[in-house]
Design a protein around this ligand. Sequence first.
Ligand code: NAP
Length: 317
Amino acid sequence: MSFYPTRLDAAADRAVAPGYSRIGFRVRSRAWPPLPPHALAGRSAVVTGANSGVGKAIAIGLARLGASVTLAVRSTSRGDAAAAEIAAAVPGAVLGVERCDVADLADVRRFATEFLGKTDRVDVLVHNAGVMPTARAESAQGHELCLSTHVLGPLLLTELLAPAMARTSAARVILMSSGGMYTQGLHPDDLEYRTAGYRGATAYARSKRMQVVLTPVMAEHLAGAGVSVHSMHPGWVDTPGVATSLPRFRALTGPLLRSPAEGADTAIWLAAANDLPSGRFWHDRKLRPEHYLRRTRESPTDRDRLWQYCTTAIADY
Ligand SMILES: NC(=O)c1ccc[n+]([C@@H]2O[C@H](COP(=O)([O-])OP(=O)(O)OC[C@H]3O[C@@H](n4cnc5c(N)ncnc54)[C@H](OP(=O)(O)O)[C@@H]3O)[C@@H](O)[C@H]2O)c1
């Protein structure tokens, strides 16, 4: 099976709506063989932001394949409610709910320490938690909120759980990025988006670009531990997050939006499939370009500066 899309499939993404809406999913998924029912039996997965939207659907999909799933959430009451729904959908599912505010580096450290006291293996780590702030906000450590939620928290959590991932065979890290990253390049002089004219949607897209830029760097960093790293776009998905942050987009695209289960599909597939190339960007079970526009391309120096900034920011935690 080729990991590359056909020309028609690639053209659907270039045209945006045909590739990212439910139309793309429905056409493409006709060719996908079902995942083996027990593909993740005996495996342990952690999904951040798993109480809602795409994250909850990923947790359901992983549990259905036999994984024990930890819902890492910032509200345990919302996490418990989601776990009850997942248990009803997947009888016998082995689920845990743990508090973890991924934007707060100290809380990420606390969660990882407590979690590693209870388990010694992590096979799948899905960095799904996401935000689109209405105004510039900072994390407990003073980092811009999209940067801390989508980049710094996930990097630290990956680093802290890496020993438990190295203990398993073929562990994988999945970063839930977004097609919005195609509109933005790196801004290595202003990673914290301190310049005037802050826009939440731009901050979101910049941080989703950072995830994609860091994916091959993390992959290289973790290759020795046998851990692969993947970033992905779920398509346009009808979730509480979209309803709250992008009401006009939702009103315009309404019937074209994917269901959360459709948006979760590629993450579940990345968790279960074998022999995938590490360090790449995926959508609908195929490798996709990291850039469509020349202006968004970063230099190796810019990539190094991002990595240095992030590793320095998390170093004390
Ligand atoms: N929906 C789309 O069309 C789409 C498209 C591209 C990419 N994505 C990505 O998909 C992911 C899921 O988005 P969604 O659409 O499913 O949105 P959603 O329904 O708003 O879900 C986001 C989840 O992230 C959690 N979260 C936010 N900040 C957190 C933090 N600091 N610590 C822990 N959890 C946190 C939220 O928890 P609370 O319930 O506590 O707020 C919620 O569970 C995001 O990364 C998003 O960028 C979505």
